[in-house]
Design a binder for this molecule. Structure first.
Ligand code: ZN
Length: 241
């Protein structure tokens, strides 16, 4: 995915305002990533009241023109809106570790206003992306993970730390998975059987089948049959959607 494909999440609008490449490839690099296998969480470390998602867009747009600094991040999440400023599949210098540039989607949580709400918005967005791009929970990481920098500082300082943040994302992922319709489940099962089996594991792991009749029947009756035919290679000939 290059551009976020949803218009809003957690009751806030998602705005797409991609910075144009001007001069040196410093903010807009135009270099394709090699994969989108992880998500890196940052805090903006700017609590000025004006330092929202739109302000960061303008700031990085200017940096791209100035050709001075090789920095950036893809998505800025604030209390009342979310702005994507760079493509999700292009190298961005969001840490000083080159592996993070080529493989990790960078998300900044703004600190200018109601931080709790901004963080909730980020949790919903990250859960959506992880489900959509099939990113595993252990691939949700901090800036600190890559370089040791104390970022995202607010999350690292919180009582439950980044593990607590990950748990909230996991709960949100399950919520999203259990809300999908039977048709979507069947469609996913046949277009990406391995993802689907991973999804079942996740549902089971978090006990999401309790009280969810649809998920219960799928896991109890459909899954064993599905895994049987999958193991026999019957699905190999099916056209991928
Ligand atoms: Zn950071």
């Amino acid at each position: 995915m290059k551009i976020l494909d949803i218009k809003n999440i957690n009751n806030v609008p998602i705005k797409i305002d991609i910075i144009e490449q001007v001069g040196l490839a410093n903010v807009r690099t135009d270099i394709p990533m090699t994969s989108q296998c992880s998500i890196t969480v940052h805090n903006t470390a700017n609590n000025a009241p004006s330092a929202n998602d739109e302000m960061h867009h303008d700031y990085f747009k200017q940096l791209e023109k100035d050709d001075d600094l090789y920095v950036g991040a893809m998505i800025f999440v604030a209390e009342d809106s979310i702005t994507q400023i760079l493509p999700l599949d292009e190298v961005v210098y969001h840490t000083s570790n080159s592996e993070s540039w080529y493989t990790s989607i960078s998300i900044e949580i703004c600190e200018n206003g109601n931080y709790e709400k901004a963080e909730e918005n980020a949790i919903a967005l990250i859960a959506y992306l992880m489900n959509k791009l099939n990113i595993k929970l252990d691939k949700l990481v901090t800036h600190q993970f890559w370089t040791g920098k104390y970022c995202p500082h607010i999350i690292l300082d919180s009582e439950d730390g980044f593990e607590g943040f990950k748990e909230k994302v996991a709960n949100e992922m399950v919520e999203e998975l259990t809300n999908i319709t039977a048709n979507e489940i069947i469609e996913k099962a046949f277009s990406a059987p391995e993802d689907w089996i991973d999804g079942c594991d996740l549902l089971e792991q978090f006990g999401a089948i309790e009280g969810n009749t649809g998920a219960y029947y799928i896991l109890k009756y459909i899954r064993p049959a599905f895994e049987k035919v999958y193991a026999q290679g019957v699905l190999d000939g099916i056209e991928k959607g």
